[in-house]
Design a protein around this ligand. Sequence first.
Ligand SMILES: Cc1cc2nc3c(=O)[nH]c(=O)nc-3n(C[C@H](O)[C@H](O)[C@H](O)COP(=O)(O)O)c2cc1C
Length: 480
Amino acid sequence: MDEPLLSLRTHLDAVERFGELRHVRGAHWDLELGGIAELSYRLAAPPAVLFDEIPGYPAGMRVLTGSTGSPRRLGRTLRLGDDLDDAGVVAALRGKPSRWAAAARDFPVRPVDDAPLLANEVPGEEVNLLEFPVPRWHEHDGGRFIGTGCFVVTSDPETGVHNGGCYRMEVADDGRTVTVAAVPGKHGAQNIQRWFEREGRAPVTVSFGHDPLLLVLGGTEVPGGISELEYAGAVLGERVPVVSGPDTGLPIPAGSEIAIEGWLRPDHLRDEGPFGEWTGYYSGRRRPNLAVEITRLWHRDDPVLLGAPPGKPPHDYSYMRTVMKSAMIHDELAATGVPGVVKAWAHESGGGRLFIAVSVEQRYPGHARQVAHLAAHCPAAAYMNRYVVVVDADINPADPDEVIWAMSTRSDPGQDIEVLRQTWGSRLDPLWTEGTPARNTRAIIDACRPFERLGSFPRVARSEPEFLREIERKWGDQLA
Ligand SMILES: Cc1cc2nc3c(=O)[nH]c(=O)nc-3n(C[C@H](O)[C@H](O)[C@H](O)COP(=O)(O)O)c2cc1C
């Protein structure tokens, strides 16, 4: 059988060809995989790592980390090209998210009867998720998280539109069940809630290994009402093949390595957490969370689990999140019709959420502030943002030094910092306190020169680039 579309193995072949895949044999699922992965993220050119021969598990049962952690791997995942560098990925992505969103409905999923996934089927009562080498990623995690790079499918009970989301999932009951930690407000969580209100239970399917395109789309804020599987079709230019879960009718990507289907019920809860999170902190304490009543599991022979463990940035998916978020925020700002937005950047050190900088070509008084407010609340940025800094067009918002320079010299804290209150926060926030609603405050920092003074603001003490090029031609060898 040919590899189905969105097979993780096709991606692995490409990463191997790029020379970006490291094979690690014999590392233990208990903290060693997580530690090796963490070291890999801190390398100058972070590789993808494929773990095999994990003690206690048959050789061939593998775990992959770092699937999207380089421009080439991310460019390939997003079908933008196989040879892109950092700037190339960002440039190639510009404008694409809104086009993909608009085209998604032209790519309904394509049901198929056969897939390598179906090679092994396990009935619900025999399921043991710990037959797979599920890692304990971080020392103080509450348990073993099988779902990090996963793709969780729910549906809107009224429209039937599918939603694919990525939420952390901890194995419970010695492998018989697994929690799903979708935060309230996420589309998946809203679907589940609506099913609970209508039927008292919510259907769900989950893939635990697939082309990382599904990790990227499941893990990023694709606009509501659009199926991530159809959106993936728009990215690929082809309909995504899926098998239908016989119990729930929900789709499972045919390229999946390991998948389950089952039901969530409001009273089927298992303790979950804490987990080392993308903020760089462990989130909260152990508490009851929705858990799947698994009715069926399938897996390929020698399956590969797609891992994407977060942590203090840089982490497994921080590069992907920054690049995707930046493009989506830029697209959403452009779609509002507000002029002059040059570039948006969702900084990796802020987990791609907490710290956003936007550059703007100011056209009228109040323009910079307008862009800041829109950025702080556009759907791609609204969840758990903390700071939005708006800078002039001569500042590169992706360069922290330039942003700090603009903040230090063009903003007057008394006038240029505004605080927005009661905004969409999260229990993952290290500042959140137990027993309070998950809201936060966020600051807008207007680090643009005052519009009225654009003509008279002190000149930047820097030579013109053309002059410097000339000087370099003439004198450069003296500095070499
Ligand atoms: C690896 C990874 C893990 C994530 N874990 C969670 C999680 O546990 N809970 C959550 O609500 N969002 C989590 N997210 C973020 C969501 O996937 C993201 O907000 C996505 O847009 C949610 O999709 P939805 O709004 O369609 O439900 C995670 C993202 C990634 C990439």
